[in-house]
Ligand binder design. Structure first.
Ligand code: ATP
Length: 447
């Protein structure tokens, strides 16, 4: 008797036999069913660590079986066999909760990898209550509880996920949690801010280059995809990718292989792609700024991360957490928050979300004199509509250029402060590209 058991569901005996042979070599006990009804009988008889099902079965379809297994056997990963190139079906299977999909004709090497990954899940806690609470995503509001539940569910599949939310809401934290609760947890997690990579370096940063492939390529570079091999690649601010890079990315995701700059052949890569943006990718597609085919590939499952202002009941918990964190960091006893400061924090609007609250408290703990934080230690910024109206400024200068530079500097600094120095979000606010903002910051010496 082996440690693991697998259930193979397919009406073609030859395919069942091929899968069983591969799985037995991996030391799994194999049980076979040729129809949904046979599968349901076997599912009642014993637990399985892995299940693989064909889409079309004589008395039903694999999608219904996946949904049923998700309800009755939520710990068992179910993979689905689909016809080669049927993207829509593959996406539907993942949306229905399939662990992963594998195309016909079956590639036994790919099947082995998939099974190995599925069995890794036996190491991951089987229900959300058993996860260590120190995982970092704080919040007890209904929207945060729903978010954690969804993270837990998608972590148990290989499906691509698009994480949508305003800047500073915790999108990267969500991506890290998905990785750490997934079958890939022992493999690398590589986070990339797509808006921060200079355009002419993008290809080598993503796909690497061979030694001597261009002047200055003195050594080989592996690139993000190969660095994340076996693990998870997190593409933050994915909407910032230029269209030509989007086409290259799509190809790598479809082919599961990368070709480095200067390389003759492609190298296979096994990477789960998670991505995030504060922009609505659907709208970007409509505006023809984002490829629809890539959008369908990346946005198989969407996770929405709530704004902090929409879950105000979590603010006290976060305040305590950040005060404790920064008091400990400075090696001082936990500092108190004066009532007026607490009230101000509870009613503040947080355009920069949790990152802004964290920055406010980090600064306040550092600046506070004595053992408490006062209202003035918080230096909260005013909502935009309370700012002085300077729509019609008087020009009192004989140096127009310096005057305009001053206005530009002020607008940029305000946008940066409002977004807690997140350049991608600040550029968005100002209606200019990330690159244009970087250029202007350099020119105006804004750090
Ligand atoms: N729910 C939370 N609990 C604890 N810390 C949080 C939470 N959400 C965010 N943070 C903290 O806030 C900061 C910003 O989070 P993160 O970088 O994940 O946001 P983001 O949405 O990816 O931002 P951006 O869009 O600007 O990249 C981090 O220091 C993170 O640890």
């Amino acid at each position: 008797m082996n440690k693991f058991a697998a259930l193979i569901i397919d009406d073609e005996p030859d395919i069942r036999a091929l899968i069983a042979l591969t799985l037995k070599r991996m030391e799994l006990d194999c049980y076979q069913a040729g129809s949904v009804s046979e599968a349901l009988t076997l599912l009642q008889e014993r637990p399985y660590h892995f299940c693989i099902t064909d889409m079309k079965l004589p008395d039903g379809n694999g999608l219904d079986l996946i949904e049923l297994c998700n309800t009755r056997h939520p710990d068992m990963p179910v993979a689905m066999i689909t016809a080669y190139g049927n993207m829509e079906l593959a996406v539907n299977a993942l949306k229905a909760g399939a662990f992963d999909v594998v195309a016909k004709p079956l590639d036994t090497e790919r099947l082995r990898e998939l099974v190995k990954a599925a069995l890794q899940l036996t190491k991951v806690p089987a229900n959300i209550e058993n996860l260590p609470s120190a995982d970092g995503l704080l919040g007890q509001s209904a929207s945060m509880r729903a978010l954690k539940e969804k993270i837990f569910k998608v972590a148990r599949t290989q499906a691509p996920v698009f994480i949508f939310g305003e800047s500073g809401t915790g999108k990267e934290l969500v991506a890290r949690l998905i990785h750490h609760q997934s079958a890939r947890m022992d493999q690398p997690f590589v986070a990339v801010n797509c808006g921060a990579i200079p355009r002419d370096l993008m290809e080598t940063e993503f796909f690497g280059h061979t030694k001597g492939s261009f002047t200055g390529a003195n050594s080989e570079k592996s690139g993000f995809f190969r660095a994340a091999n076996g693990g998870t690649l997190f593409l933050d601010e994915v909407a910032e990718l230029p269209l030509d890079m989007q086409a290259k990315l799509l190809r790598v995701i479809q082919e599961k292989a990368v070709r480095s700059v200067g390389a003759e052949f492609e190298t296979p890569v096994d990477v789960r792609v998670l991505c995030a943006s504060h922009k609505d990718l659907g709208l970007q597609v409509q505006a023809e700024e984002f490829r629809q085919d890539l959008y369908f590939r990346l946005n198989v499952i969407q996770i929405n991360v709530p704004r902090l202002a929409d879950r105000a009941e979590d603010i006290p918990l976060l305040i305590r957490h950040f005060i404790r964190k920064y008091s400990q960091e400075w090696g001082m006893p936990e500092i108190m928050l004066e009532d007026s400061a607490q009230q101000a924090l509870l009613s503040y609007h947080y355009p920069g979300n949790v990152r802004e609250l964290e920055n406010i408290l980090q600064r306040a703990v550092t600046l506070a004199e004595g053992d408490s934080i006062s209202l003035s230690d918080l230096s909260l910024s005013k909502p935009i509509d309370e700012e002085p109206d300077d729509s019609n400024p008087r020009i009192e200068t004989n140096n127009l250029e310096a005057y305009l530079e001053n206005i530009e500097r002020r607008a940029i600094t305000q946008a940066l402060e409002a977004t807690r120095w997140n350049k991608t979000a600040a550029a968005e606010k100002l209606g200019i590209s990330f690159r244009a903002l970087r250029y202007r910051c350099k020119k105006l010496e804004i750090d």
